[in-house]
Design a protein around this ligand. Structure first.
Ligand code: SME
Length: 187
């Protein structure tokens, strides 16, 4: 049975353990549920709580909103294919402050990930010329495409208020989650 405890991560949990819990809980939540809105919404919650429980600098991830203790700011969520406009992403489930509604393929970090179907790890968004600054406080970002049959159907987007917040471990873990989401939802 689905329970809110799935989002409980021990404070200061190691990144490896936190991501392992995200993958385990996501897989359990997707069992018997293939609706993408539902599964992305629960995934946004899992990632937000995981990131905010990790030590520095991961806990500064920034699209998932202000942390409970006011320490960190994280923005984290999903963009999906816009059914009304070809080659365009539209905002999906997320945690945090309001964000850009649509992004063209090829524009910004999200659009680059969607166009190339490759993960983008941006150590300093100020050095990425086409970065779309939905939140001026963002300093680094990771965007991971969700692919189905080689076609991008959505992206995972996580922003941080500190530079170089994301590394190879974030990339691998979020790519694993993207793979599970690709096969677990009806897109
Ligand atoms: N920074 C992103 C835009 C989306 S927000 O971060 C939510 C980009 O450059 O694509």
């Amino acid at each position: 049975m689905v329970h809110a405890d799935a989002s409980n991560f021990p404070r200061g949990v190691l990144k490896t353990e936190a991501y392992a819990q995200v993958i385990e809980q996501a897989s359990a939540l997707f069992d018997g549920q293939r609706n993408w809105v539902c599964n992305l919404a629960n995934s946004a919650s899992l990632i937000w709580h995981a990131l905010h429980s990790m030590p520095e600098p991961s806990n500064h991830a920034n699209w998932a909103g202000n942390s409970i203790e006011g320490l960190t700011r994280v923005l984290e969520g999903f963009y999906v294919l816009d059914p009304t406009t070809p080659k365009q992403l539209i905002l999906g489930p997320f945690m945090g402050k309001v964000a850009c509604q649509t992004i063209k393929f090829g524009r910004g970090v999200c659009g680059k990930a969607a166009e190339t179907a490759e993960t983008q790890v941006i150590e300093d968004v100020h050095s990425f010329p086409d970065h779309i600054a939905c939140d001026g406080d963002s300093r680094s970002e990771i965007v991971v495409p969700i692919r189905v049959g080689g076609k991008v159907v959505a992206v995972i987007d996580v922003d941080s208020t500190v530079p170089k917040a994301f590394d190879e471990e974030d990339k691998k873990a979020l790519e694993s989650l993207a793979e599970i989401l690709g096969t677990s939802c009806d897109w």
